[in-house]
Structure formats: structure tokens, C-alpha cells
Design a protein around this ligand. Structure first.
Ligand SMILES: C[S@@+](CC[C@H](N)C(=O)[O-])C[C@H]1O[C@@H](n2cnc3c(N)ncnc32)[C@H](O)[C@@H]1O
Length: 247
């Protein structure tokens, strides 16, 4: 399946779609959950994020961790490197990359949604385990699992210092509730100085797995698993976080 345009030829628009500043609160929560129960270690702890996107979340973790950021898309790796200059940024696939080293923490945020089959999920968990020593921690934060999925519509805007402007709608829906995927459709209106306005429709297909399915594959990969329900400040469900320790 072709990579969504948002992570390829439209990658430079990512910071207008998803604003780095809006990740501060989420990064603080990730840090709290990650560090719960961990004994404080000496010196900077090493964190690997796979599917780092534009480094929006990672940018808020740079003070607390020594960061290695990996993404499938070379264009997104470039965006992440500009956003988090202190990080080592590499191109790689979260289902197969082998860096030949271990980290204290491996984090996969919303990018985990781009794995579409149980086989890919299992390969990803094996990849994560290969980058952790026993006792190391893994953190996965899917936007949705079957039990928390809700369709939705989100409308937003972004304006860049270079004069580009974006207005867009993000529509989350499930064309076939009997399979293990759902869909996000983006309608982008993009204005570039000197080039005028264009309109782009970008379809993203994402994986949707049950709690039991997640748990089965995580345990098979050698993780001790804790599921943390997440909530929006206004009260609604906001997906889950899987906090895992490598046995
Ligand atoms: C929603 S973006 C992540 C945004 C990120 N949370 C941030 O803070 O900017 C999803 C990313 O997952 C990446 N991705 C999709 N499949 C991947 C794979 N198999 N391995 C690594 N990265 C992948 C895409 O290229 C894209 O950059």
C-alpha cells in the first residue's frame, strides 16, 4: 500500500497539520507513565522512538532523554531532524529495523496505527523487544483499539512563518467494522505564496485491534503488560497506553 501523501510529498506541511506546541501536555503524561515504577538511573536515559513522524512528541522529551528517532519516510525523518536537532534521526521500518543496540525505553506513539495486520503487529513487538535489555520499558499509544474506537470529525488550520497556509478536515470512520482496519480521510486546502490554492484528498488506512489481540501479541514477544486507559481533560475516552516491561 502506498505511503499516505502527508508523510511523503506533503511532509513539509506536517507541522501545520499537527502543531508541535500542542504535544507538551501529552509528552508530560507519557513521561509520567513511562517513569512510574522505574528506579531513577544516573545520566541521560536512552529512548528510541519508532514512527517518530515530525518529532512533535519527541521534541518535548529531548531534555529528559537521549533520543534516537526512526521513521519509515525519509521526508518525515528530515522534518524530525529539523524539529529535534539534538536527536539522532534514522530511516527504518518499525517491523524490521535492527539498530544493533539496546535502549532504556522504546516508544511508539500514534504511528503504531499504521500497522494493518496481526503479523505486522507481532513483527513490530519483536523489533521493539530486540532493542530492549531485560527490564527495559516499551510504551505504545494507539489512537484507537476496538473497545475505544469512535468515529469523528476534526477541523483545523495552520499558518507557517514562510507564508504557507492550510485549512483541513480529518474524518475518522470505519468502512467495514468486521475487519481489523479503519480509515482517516483528510481534505486539505493548501495555499502557497506565488502558487495559489490547491485541494488534496489523502486517505490513510489504519489497524484496529482488540485489547485481547494486543495483549496476546505483546505477551508472546516477552513483555509483562499494563494497560492504562487515557481520558481527555473534558472527560471523553482518548485511547489507551500500553506500558510494557521486557522480561
Ligand atoms: C502520525 S505520524 C507520527 C507523528 C508523531 N507522533 C509526531 O510526534 O510527530 C505517523 C508516522 O508513522 C510513520 N510510519 C508508518 N509506518 C511506519 C513503519 N512501518 N515504520 C516506521 N514508521 C512508520 C509514518 O511515516 C509517519 O511519519
Amino acid at each position: 500500500m502506498a505511503s499516505p501523501r502527508l508523510y511523503a510529498d506533503l511532509a513539509s506541511w506536517w507541522p501545520l497539520v499537527s502543531k508541535p506546541d500542542e504535544y507538551a501536555e501529552e509528552a508530560a503524561l507519557v513521561r509520567t507513565l513511562l517513569e512510574r515504577g522505574l528506579s531513577p538511573s544516573v545520566g541521560p536515559r536512552r529512548l528510541l522512538e519508532m514512527g517518530c513522524g515530525g518529532g512533535n512528541l519527541a521534541g518535548h522529551l529531548a531534555g529528559a532523554f537521549e533520543l534516537t528517532l526512526v521513521d519509515l519516510s525519509a521526508d518525515m525523518v528530515e522534518v524530525a531532524a529539523a524539529r529535534v536537532p539534538s536527536a539522532r534521526c534514522l530511516q527504518g521500518d518499525m517491523t524490521s529495523v535492527r539498530l544493533g543496540e539496546t535502549f532504556d525505553v522504546v516508544l511508539i506513539h500514534d504511528a503504531i496505527g499504521y500497522l494493518l495486520t496481526e503479523e505486522q503487529l507481532a513483527a513490530c513487538f519483536e523489533t521493539v523487544a530486540a532493542h530492549l535489555a531485560p527490564g527495559g520499558r516499551a510504551f505504545f499509544q494507539p489512537d484507537h483499539i476496538v473497545e475505544t474506537f469512535a468515529p469523528g470529525t476534526f477541523v483545523d488550520a495552520g499558518d507557517a512563518p514562510d507564508g504557507r497556509s492550510l485549512r483541513f478536515m480529518e474524518w475518522t470512520w470505519d468502512p467495514d467494522p468486521s475487519d481489523q482496519t479503519y480509515q482517516m480521510d483528510f481534505a486539505f486546502l493548501m495555499r502557497t505564496p506565488g502558487e495559489g490554492m490547491r485541494c488534496v484528498h489523502d486517505t490513510h488506512t489504519l489497524g484496529l485491534f482488540s485489547e485481547a489481540c494486543w495483549r496476546r501479541h505483546l505477551e508472546a514477544a516477552g513483555f509483562q503488560v499494563h494497560l492504562e486507559p487515557l481520558h481527555r481533560p473534558e472527560g471523553g475516552a482518548a485511547g489507551v497506553a500500553w506500558i510494557c516491561t521486557r522480561r
